[in-house]
Design a protein around this ligand. Structure first.
Ligand SMILES: Nc1ncnc2c1ncn2[C@@H]1O[C@H](COP(=O)(O)OP(=O)(O)OP(=O)(O)O)[C@@H](O)[C@H]1O
Ligand SMILES: [Mg+2]
Length: 281
């Protein structure tokens, strides 16, 4: 792990007084198929504190989605521990809500509002439909979809569908929101707008989010802390603070410098891999 960087995070700010929401300690996650045993992540450790915008950054195949599956409770580690608010993660639960990259994560036969109320009522967050309606409308407003509450998903753009998925996730008020490349399938302008909106929502409610991306720029804009993972199998390369960086810094000297150093960190492995492949040949 990189401890030479000025941005190297060390313990989170005031970590001594605050308990982490999420502890991931030495976690190895594997897939067993009939023919293969695939190690997706190897002895990964990190801690997410309340109101962190914690980003998992790494190249395709380094196990980012697998870590989210572990935190969501769909996979158990073969080594190490994952704890949410001090409790071992054994199963999925409404205290962790996932937002995916795909636009088809909404129920197509339900309207925008019904998609949210359905989650609230089925997730046990609300017992009355009146209460669920009120909460749904509050979050529809937060993601700027007023007037679209009775619209069906097929009539929405990709960006609007992602806003509904985010509103649904946030309405559940989970301990931690898990976002797996939620903006990756959007065009560049919409992606930029959604990043800004996410940060605005965070300013309003200071939710805790574990956000996956393979874009260095997006990690620096969205994240307050960034875990850089090596290529497959994913291991921790460095943990960085990015509190002070956002859209306004894109292109300035410090932003470009950190961006370049992360790039070099990831690229160094590629060079090593290429060399090893050449030696094997
Ligand atoms: N269901 C599965 N069965 C077997 N192997 C899998 C499965 N899902 C993922 N893997 C393997 O585990 C490794 C990590 O995959 P994962 O999807 O977590 O990577 P990722 O970092 O999210 O990549 P991307 O940026 O492309 O989404 C890869 O080698 C992948 O092939
Ligand atoms: Mg993935």
């Amino acid at each position: 792990m990189d401890t030479q960087n000025p941005e190297a995070a060390g313990p989170a700010p005031a970590a001594s007084d605050i308990e982490p929401i999420l502890d991931v300690d030495g976690v190895t996650l594997q897939y067993k198929t009939k023919e293969h045993l695939i190690t997706a992540t190897y002895q990964v450790s990190f801690h997410v504190y309340p109101a962190d915008r914690f980003v998992l950054l790494g190249p395709s195949g380094c196990g980012k989605s697998t870590i989210l599956k572990g935190v969501a409770g769909y996979m158990r580690p073969v080594e190490g521990e994952m704890r949410l608010k001090g409790r071992d993660i054994k199963d999925p639960g409404p205290d962790r809500v996932m937002v995916f990259q795909e636009f088809d994560q909404l129920l197509p036969w339900k309207t925008v509002k019904q998609n949210i109320t359905f989650a609230l009522l089925n997730g046990g967050k609300c017992t009355s439909s009146h209460e669920a309606d009120e909460i749904a409308m509050e979050y529809i407003h937060k993601v700027k979809l007023d007037r679209f509450e009775n619209t069906y998903p097929h009539m929405l753009s990709g960006g609007m569908k992602q806003r509904v998925a985010i509103a649904r996730g946030m309405a559940m008020e989970p301990d931690i929101l898990l976002m797996d490349e939620p903006f990756a399938a959007l065009d560049a302008l919409t992606r930029l707008q959604m990043q800004k909106e996410l940060l605005q929502l965070w300013e309003d409610t200071h939710f805790t989010v574990l956000f996956v991306t393979h874009s260095i720029e997006e990690a620096l804009i969205v994240g307050s802390r960034i875990l850089v993972l090596s290529p497959h199998p994913g291991q921790v390369k460095a943990e960085l603070n990015a509190h002070h960086l956002n859209h306004d810094n894109v292109g300035d000297a410090e932003f470009s410098n950190v961006q370049q150093r992360i790039h070099d960190m990831l690229f160094a492995d590629r060079i090593l891999e290429d060399e090893l492949e050449t030696e094997d040949a």
